[in-house]
Design a binder for this molecule. Structure first.
Ligand SMILES: Nc1nc2c(ncn2[C@@H]2O[C@H](COP(=O)(O)OP(=O)(O)OP(=O)(O)O)[C@@H](O)[C@H]2O)c(=O)[nH]1
Ligand SMILES: [Zn+2]
Length: 194
């Protein structure tokens, strides 16, 4: 797997600043290439992780009904414009043969997939596929809701427009009641203790 090239990012940022008619040597911009490289290393960290690696932690727990971690916040970068899109992912699956993973691992899978240049559709199906391949559950259902800054601060300029994508695998494909159960939980705003 390739690694992160700080030097290259710094050169590119300097050129972009020149390209927009700025002076990269003025005081306020002197450290900007370095800062952007550091930020990119953080926001694109997922390129150096495999989403599946997090799901390897399994407990032989005999639970073959819904497990849903909802409202997982995420930030990603639109691969067309390299501006953020962000929102929440909801990840549900029905374990099989004792393959129950750690709850945090579902959120870590979302992180590994979102911290890359991305499309919302690919995030949604990649999370579903990683769970399907690693845990071989009865079914998996992933719903992602996001606002895209390329649609709010520029272009069509529609702040507040929310894009919803879903991916279902296994039993959820044929079991409408199972899909409805997940959607009913997503509809409820109740918070633990709230
Ligand atoms: N399907 C999909 N499209 C996305 C996503 N993020 C951004 N886009 C869209 O990618 C498209 C790129 O369209 P282009 O016509 O190539 O680029 P553009 O001229 O900047 O388009 P506008 O945003 O319409 O101004 C736009 O319609 C964006 O809204 C995403 O996650 N999924
Ligand atoms: Zn975009």
């Amino acid at each position: 797997m390739s690694s992160f090239d700080h030097e290259k990012i710094q050169q590119a940022v300097r050129m972009m600043l020149e390209g927009i008619g700025e002076d990269p040597d003025r005081e306020g911009l002197l450290d900007t290439p370095k800062r952007v490289a550091k930020m990119y290393e953080e926001v694109f960290q997922g390129l150096y992780e495999s989403p599946e690696e997090h799901l390897m932690t399994v407990f032989g727990e005999d639970h073959e009904e819904l497990v849903l971690v909802k409202d997982i916040p995420f930030y990603s970068m639109c691969e067309h414009h390299l501006v953020p899109f962000y929102g929440h992912a909801h990840v549900g699956y029905i374990p099989k043969d004792g393959k129950v993973t750690g709850l945090s691992k579902l959120a870590r899978t979302v992180e590994a997939v979102t911290r890359r240049p991305q499309l919302q559709e690919r995030i949604t199906s990649s999370v579903a596929e990683a769970i399907r391949e690693t845990l071989a559950p009865h079914g998996v259902m992933v719903v992602v809701e996001a606002e895209h800054m390329c649609m709010t601060m520029r272009g069509v300029k529609k702040p507040g427009a929310v894009t919803v994508t879903s991916a279902v695998r296994g039993s959820f494909e044929t079991d409408a009641a199972a899909r409805s159960e997940v959607l009913a939980f997503l509809d409820r705003n109740s918070k633990p203790g709230g």
